[in-house]
Design a protein around this ligand. Structure first.
Ligand SMILES: [Zn+2]
Length: 123
């Protein structure tokens, strides 16, 4: 385990020791190092670790449930997990209340669309 960044080629990945915890560094094309590992729980129950590059859809190194690191972005990982949850449970994230709930179809006399079973908002 290294304790300091060495000069690396652009795009190289290096494991470093940072504040007693392991972190990975990714070297940008301009030679600067970006690192800092964030962790979040995904909607499908898995846990995501990713290099915080400051934007939802900017390239980041991602690892799910401690698996190998791969290049993606946390936004894509989150959306993929949302889709997995929907396929397994039929639940979707309500854009009104933020809860995961099944959306039920309205009867013909009601508004067209779907209602959230959590907050009852129409979609
Ligand atoms: Zn809702």
């Amino acid at each position: 385990m290294k304790t300091q960044l060495e000069k690396l080629q652009a795009g190289e990945i290096q494991s470093i020791k940072c504040n007693e915890s392991e972190a990975l560094a990714i070297i940008s094309s301009d030679g600067t190092a970006e690192f800092g590992i964030e962790e979040m729980d995904l909607p499908d129950g898995t846990s995501l670790r990713y290099t915080n590059t400051g934007d939802t859809y900017s390239e980041a190194l991602c690892s799910i449930d401690g698996g190998d690191w791969f290049l993606s972005c946390w936004g894509d990982c989150y959306e993929s997990a949302e889709q997995s949850r929907y396929e397994e449970t039929g639940e979707q994230c309500c854009c009104y209340c933020g809860e995961f709930a099944e959306l039920e179809e309205h009867s013909a006399k009601n508004w067209h669309g779907w209602a959230c079973q959590s907050c009852r908002e129409n979609h």
